[in-house]
Design a protein around this ligand. Structure first.
Ligand SMILES: *Cc1c(COP(=O)(O)O)cnc(C)c1O
Length: 367
């Protein structure tokens, strides 16, 4: 058996006929930029997440940057962000003109709300929680801290479309939420794509201008300096098609996570992520299945020999470990996690047999 970490060709081949007909229809209409398919996708995404506005943008990184700019964050403001995230979170903060201030993460690998307050200064303007691996952080505490210090929340929910905390969707806890449709994301397209969600009408209209050269869609006049950061219409057409099946993708991921959980929980050499039914406050969508493993390198080698692909998020480094970026360090728990974290295969095309095979090989390694 060969189990690649992610099966890129299958993303297309699994529903080839449907995708071909979507592409043919969209391309034959000449609907390339800002056409019906985009607006339909935005409407459906907003409906799914029960928000007023969903706005397609070029990718998840631009969703973050445009959110920050729309919120007028920049100019030496400070934004709190966990160290265990994609560099895009911090890069967006940096490019807005603000300064990323790193915060440690907790046992569930998400931003540790108990470590936030000590990082707040007179310059802090916002918190950017990262809803990593398809799980929402402890948002009740984070929202309370934001209120207490009058801070905005811009969520990096790029890995958590459809995840919930206390029955509230990732991306809906602050001013904006952001999504990425990179192919390996739970809702992936065939290239780059992203979206911003918000319930704030003013922010929504500003975001729409910022993604399209600062032009106001009502009169076509330029009202501010914007970007070219639109979601391609073809990608929107694909996403509209894939969104129809999205809840089944999530269901499948959760059922695979349950197999990992049940088969591996007896091993004290592994720390597993919280199981899908472990805490009723959380509904996790398992963008990733991130474990901590003793003897990680030997385990990865063993699995590789058995044809099983694993990866380390961010190439194995957290943001404070990229020396050239000169970010703050001293994040003890993140440092510990980075020595042991790794991702096991997890996607909606993975079969139960394959997950059981992976579990067999992990168990044989440790026994
Ligand atoms: C994927 C991702 C992004 C955005 O990525 P893009 O490739 O720009 O769409 C941002 N933050 C996190 C945590 C991500 O996983």
């Amino acid at each position: 058996m060969k189990i690649p970490f992610f099966n890129y060709p299958e993303l297309y081949l699994s529903e080839r006929e449907e995708f071909l007909s979507v592409l043919d229809k969209t391309l034959s209409n000449g609907s390339f930029i800002m056409q019906d398919e985009l607006f339909k996708f935005e409407t459906e995404l907003a409906k799914y997440l029960n928000v007023k506005h969903a706005i397609g943008v070029a990718d998840g990184t631009m969703a973050l940057l445009i959110s920050l700019v729309a919120a007028k964050i920049g100019n030496d403001d400070e934004v709190l962000v966990p160290s265990h995230t994609f560099v895009a979170s911090a890069a967006a903060i940096k490019h807005s003109g603000a300064k990323p201030v790193l915060v440690d993460c907790g046992i569930d690998h998400l931003i540790d709300s108990s470590k936030l307050e000590v990082k707040i200064t007179s310059k802090t303007r916002a918190i950017m929680p990262v809803q990593l691996n398809g799980r929402v952080a402890q948002m009740d505490s984070i929202v309370n801290i934001a209120k207490k210090y009058n801070l905005l929340i811009i969520e990096d929910s790029c890995q958590a479309l459809g995840a919930k905390f206390d029955d509230k969707f990732a991306g809906t806890f602050g001013l904006t939420g952001t999504f990425s449709f990179f192919p390996a994301k739970t809702l992936g397209c065939f290239g780059d794509g992203g979206a911003i969600i918000t319930d704030d009408d003013k922010i929504a209209s500003k975001v729409k201008m910022l993604r399209d050269h600062g032009r106001d869609e009502k009169d076509g006049k330029v009202k501010l300096f914007g970007y070219n950061s639109r979601l391609d219409n073809i990608q929107a057409a694909i996403l509209l098609r894939r969104l129809k099946n999205y809840t089944s993708y999530v269901k499948r991921r959760r059922s695979l996570a349950l197999i990992y959980q049940e088969r591996l929980m007896g091993l004290d050499t592994l720390l597993l992520p919280p199981g899908p039914n472990e805490d009723p406050r959380h509904f996790d969508i398992f963008q990733n299945y991130e474990i901590e493993a003793d003897d990680r390198e030997a385990l990865r080698l063993h699995l590789e020999k058995e044809g099983i692909g694993t990866i380390l998020q961010w190439g194995g480094f957290m943001l404070h470990q990229f020396k050239e970026l000169n970010l703050n360090s001293g994040l003890n728990h993140s440092e510990e996690i980075s020595k042991k974290f790794m991702l096991l295969p997890m996607h909606h095309l993975l079969k139960k047999d394959e997950v059981n095979f992976i579990c067999d090989k992990i168990l044989s390694f440790y026994r």
